[in-house]
Design a protein. Sequence first.
Length: 383
Amino acid sequence: MGDTVKLGRILGVEVGVNWSVLVVFVLIAWGLAGTVLPQEEPGHSHAVYWTAALITATLFFLCLLAHELSHAVVARRNGLTVSGITLWLLGGMTRLDGDMPSASAELRVAGIGPLVSLLLGALFTGFALTLRTAGAPGPIVASAAWLGAINILLAVFNALPAAPLDGGRLLRAFVWWRTGDRNRSALAAAAAGRFLGWLFIGGGTVLLFLTGSIEGFWFALTGWFLLVSATAESRQTRIHTLLSGIRARQIMTPDPEPVAASLTVERFLEDPSHHRHSAFPLTVGDPTPIGLITLDRIRRIPPAAREDIRLREIMYPLDQLVVAAPDDPAEALIPRLTTAPAHHALILDDGRLVGMVTPSDISRAMQWASVRSRASGPGGPVP
């Protein structure tokens, strides 16, 4: 996800915040300071309301972070690699590398998020009751009560059985367990997500036009997010189905031409043989690549600076690239390539570069697989 600011690592997981969080933070603080707290606890100054609102909005996003961290921790305990967490407009996203190993692992990873939100809701609600009994200032009590209610609401919403919500993952785990078919379960969860998305869009639009309420806008926006995400998951599942059984060696571009990392951009561009490709692995006298340079990266360098800048200064380093083995499943590369900065995969065999998988390779493999799939219809494969 673009325009993300990295905050660092928590429990070994890289955490980032998208710029859209600032919009939601301002809206939440504005709503609390301007409406919720004055209505619940009138008679206090604007400074008191705004102080309480800002602290409450911050705690809300910390609760979202706790929700996502719970997914990450349980995923790692189930053998998955967590590439990071991003907080954004409508909550958070935990990025996992690879597929769930089993339906039970899917159940555990998906179920922990709503459970943590529900627990936080109960804790804040109990804290609010304790504060009120102790005679704490009204805005503090109201803020704690709001955090309790919003976390419970978050838990209920995330438990709805529709992708990409946690409830959709739970539905997928159930269907997977009953049928033994991972792809069928993912398509079922995606279909439920699209239905819920249209329901939210329709309901939100009606509410917005009939009452002019801002809640209608948020319902419609949430519905749009569900619809787009569920459609993307459905498309991803169909890609996995098409590429099932195909290995990286079967779709890769073999023996890509390595380029010396010490070359200047100008020297690199002078070689006409480079015009046939748009990405090149970089080496420093060793067969093992140290990074990748793409035409897009080179294009950003002003012509006047091309004689002074070397390729290694603008390359994608190896730790930012997707690295796979020749016999790795091709379908497993798709989600990794989607989130990788360069969208290219280097195929290494015992440290030796043997191929590279590009978006064009993926597209070509999918076209062939699609033709084969249609040819293997009711009449059987075409000889």
